[in-house]
Design a protein around this ligand. Sequence first.
Ligand SMILES: O=C(O)c1ccccc1N[C@@H]1O[C@H](COP(=O)(O)O)[C@@H](O)[C@H]1O
Length: 230
Amino acid sequence: MHRTRIKICGITREQDLHAAVDAGADALGFVFYPKSPRYVTPEQFALLARALPPYVSSVALFVNPTLAEVEAVVRAGQVSLIQFHGDETAGQCAAIAQQAGRPFVRAYRVKPDTAASDLLSCELAYRAASPWFSGLLLDAYVDAYGGAGKVFDWSLIPKELAPRVVLSGGLSVQNATDAVVHVRPFAVDISSGVEESKGIKDARKIAAFVAAVRAADAITTSEPHHERST
Ligand SMILES: O=C(O)c1ccccc1N[C@@H]1O[C@H](COP(=O)(O)O)[C@@H](O)[C@H]1O
């Protein structure tokens, strides 16, 4: 059975970190973009990261960072993976990841006119650019860098790419099962959909989201892959 990996992003409080871990999250995201309502400083991250148990990944999310900013975070606490969510080029991501010694996920903000070939060639280019490239995260394009709670058209994702991507953008307790059953991504990433207010997570929503993803995993296991409807 495929177990869709789950990342809960935008952790700012220790109680939210525990809620996500207790619910069964595989990864927790910390936002190092100062304009975000979910921003944590390296000092705040250092305290939060001490509460991370083994085998739960921590993802440091940046928007157009300098190498020094990334290195400061990597020094502050345990970082498993970097997430680039800005306008960084493949070369910049590769250079920072190499220097910081961490693999990275690249966010691609999907527009209504994004073609399947755009997504496939982007993945190919990143894979060629760096051995530190771990995969693409697909988010909806909005007039901000992310965390906007907006869904994009999942049918734009090429079927051959879906099993490798992190699906993101406007996921919620309500659409989680649908998202996993239709797209069958490797992982899902959610931030605003499990919040009570910006930067403050809701433990019940986190638990319900994880349950909805697991329900979808059970459905996709009983349904042969070739029957995927999108
Ligand atoms: O969470 C933020 O504030 C944020 C800021 C800048 C870039 C990305 C950000 N969050 C990421 O956006 C996607 C979608 O979030 P949502 O579930 O639609 O709220 C997700 O990967 C967050 O990690």
